[in-house]
Design a protein around this ligand. Structure first.
Ligand SMILES: [Zn+2]
Length: 95
């Protein structure tokens, strides 16, 4: 059996996926179709990570505080599995 080698040195996005905002290291899709973005440096050893839901605007893992990536990832994923807030619509056309 032959297997393909995959190099993950650069982000891979399908053509239909818009680029992630600057500073986002992980992104989860919520039940309602919004996203939960994890920001920080992506280093497992640093405590500068936080998640923000684009649907309900909740943040974590603690209000106003940053945390390790492992607990931020877990909280973001848990929030994404329960949040039913819809994505915010694009700004109306001002023409
Ligand atoms: Zn939410």
């Amino acid at each position: 059996m032959r297997t393909a080698a995959i190099t993950l040195s650069a982000p891979v996005s399908p053509a239909w996926q818009p680029p992630w905002p600057a500073g986002v290291v992980l992104r989860f899709l919520t039940v309602g179709g919004a996203t939960v973005d994890v920001t920080g440096d992506g280093d497992e050893q640093s405590e500068n990570h936080r998640w923000t839901c684009s649907g309900c605007l909740d943040t974590g893992p603690y209000k106003g505080m940053d945390a390790y990536l492992c607990e931020t990832r877990k909280g973001a994923n848990q929030h994404a599995t329960t949040c039913r807030a819809l994505p915010r619509p694009a700004a109306p056309d001002q023409r």
